[in-house]
Design a protein around this ligand. Sequence first.
Ligand SMILES: C[S@@+](CC[C@H](N)C(=O)[O-])C[C@H]1O[C@@H](n2cnc3c(N)ncnc32)[C@H](O)[C@@H]1O
Length: 155
Amino acid sequence: MFFARELLSRGDSVSSLHVTTIEKYHRFSDIAEVNFRSNRLDNIIELVRGDAGYYLSSLDATVKFDFVYIDGGKENYAEYFRSVYSHLTIGGLIIVDDVFFHGDVLNSTPSSPKSSGVLECLSISDSLEGCYKCLIPICNGMLLVLKLRETDAAS
Ligand SMILES: C[S@@+](CC[C@H](N)C(=O)[O-])C[C@H]1O[C@@H](n2cnc3c(N)ncnc32)[C@H](O)[C@@H]1O
């Protein structure tokens, strides 16, 4: 809702704005649906009920994102990152949340599948060319990746 409100505040026409959010569990997507409607954002926010990996892997190649925020299913961060990077516009930005995962990514062998997933995502972004990358050490760490040109490095 924050992203949708921010887009609205720029004064763009509602028909040009589109936010997609993916939620796997019904108990959360039901709450989100009510909130989007009661805040009159349901005409801008598309709620996808299901698994993010499945949704992202089945996207048509013509679908493009200007901005992507990744913050769920840490075990599969690498898969999500690869998928969304291939759909990112030039000048588009990905923010990946919780990339330090409580410091576990700094252990020589991460202790959980979640931190292994986060570490793999970091390593993919590290080897990417044609983009600007920045790690912000706030909270659990945020990775910012700004795409500057097309490459096949994320494949
Ligand atoms: C940390 S919360 C996201 C919070 C959100 N960024 C916010 O500020 O409201 C992670 C969410 O991802 C959902 N999730 C976990 N695995 C998922 C998957 N494979 N596909 C879609 N959603 C998933 C969880 O149910 C949870 O609601």
